[in-house]
Write a protein that binds this ligand. Structure first.
Ligand SMILES: *[C@@H]1O[C@H](CO)[C@@H](O)[C@H](O)[C@H]1NC(C)=O
Ligand SMILES: *[C@@H]1O[C@H](CO)[C@@H](O)[C@H](O)[C@H]1NC(C)=O
Ligand SMILES: *[C@@H]1O[C@H](CO)[C@@H](O)[C@H](O)[C@H]1NC(C)=O
Ligand SMILES: *[C@@H]1O[C@H](CO)[C@@H](O)[C@H](O)[C@H]1NC(C)=O
Length: 381
């Protein structure tokens, strides 16, 4: 059963909307009023797309805290992702991946196009995921046209598929860009990476434009997290200690993430003028994750950068030299399997790149507080 409730914030917002809405209203909360949710992104919100699309199984440690069946979830986490907690909060089933060919779940309440490793820029030969943002938007366009055709042939299918009304009034969520920055650092200088950001955001805007043309009107955009605090980045780019800030994060990567967010925020402010009758919410994931990492001990976490799943050792001791779940033969012939830590709830970082379920819950609760988001709308123009 889906519950239908109004939080005080939704009620307040409805009251405000009946009058003239200023260009910058408070945030519009994620709410069950959205009949469907369509999500685009990378591993931060991949509910099984990449593993379905490329046909692989994650190692058993993945999913061990919540789903218990890693091959059937394909999430890059020990448990739930931020998007899972958000769906729980509005009484919805977890989003089903677009490429999930066999499932007991329907697509009626939405569909998830996010795939691990995806970039906003077009994928190239070096990309982990072939499903860049443009491809994800194309997948959505195909999905929508097929669904509407089917429903036209048989109205009864509305029990399993989103109707036109659901597409029009649905929430379109985005969490992508992290891999564009992370990837660029492997063969670009900081200045070159910073110089690439406007191009990346132009491509992002192309996707928004195509979705708007398809009738999307409610947009929910996550900014990117503190990339330089990911164990993988620290272990590769932080060998020279002068590259690290006082919290042990790589300064260059965080600087790029911050500039990306600054420009994404400027775009967010500009979008309503270009796309009338629409609402955009910008969620400051960077601030939530930095607060968690920098103040982790206040929030009950023992480790902010050290990973829960993975093994290795000095010189950096981020336990990230063998990927979570992988087995390697060490130089003296001993077989080492990278297992998970005993208490993942004490760790922010799961496997070097992805957050633990405990961290994702923290982030979700902060998103749901409404204090980290703002909404811009053209409804009064
Ligand atoms: C590095 O950049 C060059 C072009 O500047 C590109 O051809 C190459 O694929 C890049 N390497 C990786 C690993 O992305
Ligand atoms: C850490 O906590 C302090 C005290 O609550 C707060 O002032 C500061 O902004 C927090 N740091 C971050 C990065 O949010
Ligand atoms: C072999 O190497 C591993 C990891 O480097 C170490 O933990 C282990 O103690 C070593 N075993 C022996 C017999 O030296
Ligand atoms: C987990 O706990 C078991 C039993 O308490 C202990 O033997 C083991 O070393 C612990 N493993 C890790 C990775 O801390």
């Amino acid at each position: 059963m889906e519950t239908f409730f109004h939080t005080p914030v939704t009620l307040l917002l409805l009251v405000v909307m009946c009058h003239t809405l200023p260009p910058l209203a408070g945030s519009f909360p994620i709410s069950p009023n959205f009949p469907a949710v369509f999500n685009f992104g990378d591993s931060n919100s991949d509910t099984g797309e990449l593993s379905s699309g490329l046909g692989f199984h994650l190692q058993p440690s993945y999913g061990q805290t919540y789903f218990f069946k890693p091959p059937s979830t394909g999430r890059f986490c020990n448990g739930r992702l931020i998007v899972d907690f958000l769906m729980e909060a509005i009484g919805r089933p977890y989003l089903r991946p677009y490429l999930d060919s066999v499932s007991t779940q329907s697509y009626r309440r939405g569909c998830n196009f996010a795939a691990g490793g995806s970039t906003i820029q077009k994928a190239n030969a070096a990309s982990i995921s072939p499903f860049g943002f443009g491809v994800q938007v194309s997948q959505f366009v195909t999905f929508k046209s097929k669904v509407l055709q089917l429903i036209q042939q048989d109205e009864g299918l509305e029990r399993y598929l989103p109707s036109e009304y659901y597409f029009k009034n649905g929430l379109y969520m985005f969490d992508i860009g992290q891999n564009d920055l992370a990837g660029a650092f492997y063969n670009k200088t900081l200045d070159q990476v910073l110089g690439l950001i406007p191009t990346i955001l132009d491509i992002f805007q192309d996707g928004i434009k195509r979705l708007y043309a398809e009738g999307a009107r409610n947009f929910w955009i996550h900014n990117t997290g503190p990339l330089g605090c990911l164990a993988q980045v620290v272990s590769i780019f932080g060998r020279d200690k002068s590259k690290l800030d006082e919290f042990g994060c790589v300064s260059d990567h965080n600087q790029a993430a911050k500039l990306f967010n600054l420009q994404l925020h400027a775009l967010f402010r500009k979008l309503p003028q270009q796309y009338p009758d629409s609402r955009f919410t910008y969620v400051d994931i960077y601030s939530i994750k930095s607060d968690l990492i920098l103040n982790h001990s206040n929030y009950g976490f023992d480790h902010s950068i050290m990973v829960c799943c993975g093994t290795g050792g000095p010189p950096l001791n981020y336990n990230n030299q063998v990927n979570c779940g992988s087995t390697v033969k060490s130089s003296n012939g001993t077989i080492i399997t990278a297992k998970a830590c005993n208490d993942s709830s004490k760790y922010v970082n799961w496997d070097g790149v992805h957050y633990t379920e405990a961290a994702n819950r923290f982030v979700s609760l902060h998103i749901l507080s409404g204090k980290y988001s703002e909404t811009s709308s053209s409804w009064n123009l």
